[in-house]
Design a protein around this ligand. Structure first.
Ligand code: SF4
Length: 437
C-alpha cells in the first residue's frame, strides 16, 4: 500500500511558542489514510516531544510549562530582505535542520508527501521543504495544504509543489485528496470526517492533547478569516467529543487538553452545556484550555459554573477593543456590558481575576493609539489582565481588503513585522505592563 508522509514544517519567524499547537487537520487526514490502509509517517518539526528536538533557550512561563506548552529550539538566520528594517532577529523554530535531514534520509521513500502550512508568513518553511523533498524523494508526489495556500493560493502555486490544496474546509480537502490519490477516503459529511480520532499515535510522546468540538464561527468579524477557512458552521455531538477526550486521556495519558474551537459556546444549550456535563461525569484528572478565547456574550452564570466544574483552568475572553464604535465597526460580537456580565459570572463561579485573561487586539489598523490605551485601562480597571494579541494582516478579510489589498508578499502578514511597520513597538512594550499608560 502507498506510503504517505505528513510534514509540519519549521516556523520561520521572529518569535514562536508552542501554545498547545498541533497540526490537527493533518492528523485527521493521517487517521483517515491509515484507516484506508495507507502507510502513514509523520515528521512534525515543531514537536517538542520528539527525541530529535533540542532544548529551547527559553522554556516559557512556569504556568504554561506545567500545562504542556513551552519554547521551541531555534536557530538564528539571515533576515529576509523584506525585514531589513525590523530590528529583531529572524529565526527558524523547531527541530535542528540536520536532524530533520537525517530523519528524511532514513525514511522509506514516500509515494505522496502532504505538507501543511499554518500561517501565511510561515511559507518559507513549506518552500524549503519543497526543495528538500524534491532532492530526497524525486519520485514522490508533493502536495501543499493548510491556511497559507487557502489564503494565498496564487503565491502558493509558485512554491514548486505538484499540487496545492487551496481550501481548508475538511470536506473540500478530502475531495481534493481523493482526486489526487485516486481512491475514496469515505468522507462525505462532517460526521464522517470526525468519526475517527486524529492520529496522535504518530507522535512518540504527547505533553497535551487538542480537540475540536465545532468547525468555524457564525460571526464575521472584519479582521478574522474563520469564515474563509471554514465556510460552514458545524458542531459535533457533545458525547462524541467527550468520548474523544476520554480516549486522549486513556490512550496517551495527557493531563492537559486545549479546545481549538472558534465558537465553543455558540448554541450553548445543545453543545457546550451537555459537553461540560459529560466531562463532569467523566471526572478525568484533566485540565482544559481555551487558547482561542471565548465569546463573552455566551458566558452566562450556568456556563461559568460548568467551566469551573469541568476544570477549564485558564479562561480567555475575547474583547478585542473596549471602544464601543470600534466594537460595532468590527461586527458587534461583544459590548462592554456583555463583557462585564461575563466577568461577573466567572468570578461568581470561582474564577479569580488571575484566571481570567482578556484578549485585546493590538495594532488593528482601524484603531488609533488612544483606543488601545483606553481598552487596556478599561480591562485593568476591572482588576483583570489584558493580553495584547498582535494584529496580523490576514488576506481575504474585510480589513485586509480595506487596508492592504495592494500587498502580495505574505511575509508582510507577520505580526511582529506589522507591529514595527505601524510604529507601535514602543507603545506595545509600554502597555505590556512594563510602564504606565
Ligand atoms: S467571533 Fe472570533 S472566530 Fe468568530 S469571526 Fe469573530 S474573531 Fe473570528
Amino acid at each position: 500500500m502507498a506510503h504517505v508522509l505528513l510534514i509540519n514544517p519549521w516556523a520561520y519567524d521572529f518569535t514562536a511558542f508552542d501554545l498547545w499547537s498541533k497540526p490537527l487537520g493533518l492528523l485527521y487526514l493521517g487517521a483517515h489514510l491509515k484507516r484506508r490502509g495507507f502507510k502513514v509517517t509523520l515528521l512534525d518539526c515543531l514537536d517538542r516531544g520528539d527525541p530529535d528536538s533540542c532544548a529551547p533557550k527559553n522554556e516559557g512561563p512556569r504556568k504554561l510549562r506545567e500545562a504542556g506548552c513551552g519554547g521551541y529550539f531555534r536557530e538564528i538566520l539571515p533576515k529576509p530582505v523584506f525585514f531589513s528594517s525590523i530590528p529583531r532577529r529572524f529565526k527558524r523554530f523547531g527541530m535542528p535542520r540536520e536532524k530533520v535531514l537525517a530523519r528524511l534520509w532514513n525514511l522509506d521513500p514516500p509515494d505522496v508527501v502532504l505538507v501543511t502550512c499554518g500561517f501565511t508568513y510561515w511559507y518559507p518553511g513549506a518552500s524549503v521543504f519543497a526543495e528538500i523533498l524534491r532532492r530526497a524523494f524525486p519520485r514522490a508526489f508533493l502536495v501543499l495544504g493548510g491556511v497559507y495556500p487557502t489564503l494565498c493560493p496564487d503565491h502558493a502555486e509558485r512554491l514548486g509543489f505538484d499540487a496545492v490544496v487551496s481550501v481548508a474546509d475538511p470536506l473540500s480537502v478530502s475531495r481534493h485528496l481523493e482526486g489526487l490519490l485516486g481512491t475514496s477516503l469515505g468522507i462525505r459529511t462532517y460526521e464522517d470526517f470526525f468519526a475517527v480520532p486524529p492520529a496522535f499515535e504518530l507522535y512518540p510522546r504527547l505533553s497535551y492533547g487538542v480537540v475540536l468540538s465545532s468547525l468555524g464561527c457564525p460571526f464575521s468579524c472584519t479582521y478574522c478569516a474563520s469564515r474563509i477557512l471554514a465556510p460552514s458552521f458545524f458542531q459535533r455531538p457533545p458525547q462524541d467529543v467527550a468520548e474523544e477526550i476520554r480516549y486522549l486521556f486513556e490512550r496517551f495519558g495527557v493531563r492537559h487538553i486545549a479546545f481549538y474551537d472558534d465558537a465553543l459556546l455558540f448554541r450553548t444549550e445543545s453543545h457546550f452545556l451537555p459537553l461540560a456535563e459529560y466531562l463532569v461525569r467523566l471526572n478525568l484528572p484533566v485540565s482544559f484550555h481555551l487558547p482561542n478565547g471565548l465569546h463573552a456574550r455566551y458566558v452566562t452564570r450556568e456556563v461559568a459554573r460548568f467551566l469551573k466544574r469541568a476544570n477549564f483552568s485558564t479562561v480567555r475572553l475575547s474583547l478585542e477593543t473596549a471602544v464601543s464604535p470600534r466594537q460595532k465597526q468590527s461586527g458587534g460580537k461583544v459590548t462592554n456590558e456583555l463583557f462585564e456580565e461575563a466577568v461577573r459570572a466567572l468570578q461568581e463561579a470561582g474564577f479569580s481575576p488571575q484566571d481570567i485573561e482578556v484578549y485585546l487586539l493590538f495594532g488593528w489598523p482601524v484603531e488609533e493609539e488612544g483606543d488601545v490605551v483606553a481598552s487596556v485601562l478599561y480591562v485593568r480597571s476591572l482588576g483583570l489582565v489584558p493580553r495584547l494579541a498582535l494584529y496580523a494582516p490576514t488576506p481575504g478579510t474585510k480589513d485586509y481588503e480595506t487596508f492592504f489589498s495592494h500587498e502580495e508578499e505574505p511575509l508582510w502578514h507577520n505580526k511582529i513585522a506589522f507591529l514595527y511597520r505601524r510604529g507601535w513597538s514602543k507603545l506595545y512594550e509600554r502597555l505590556q505592563g512594563k510602564g504606565k499608560c
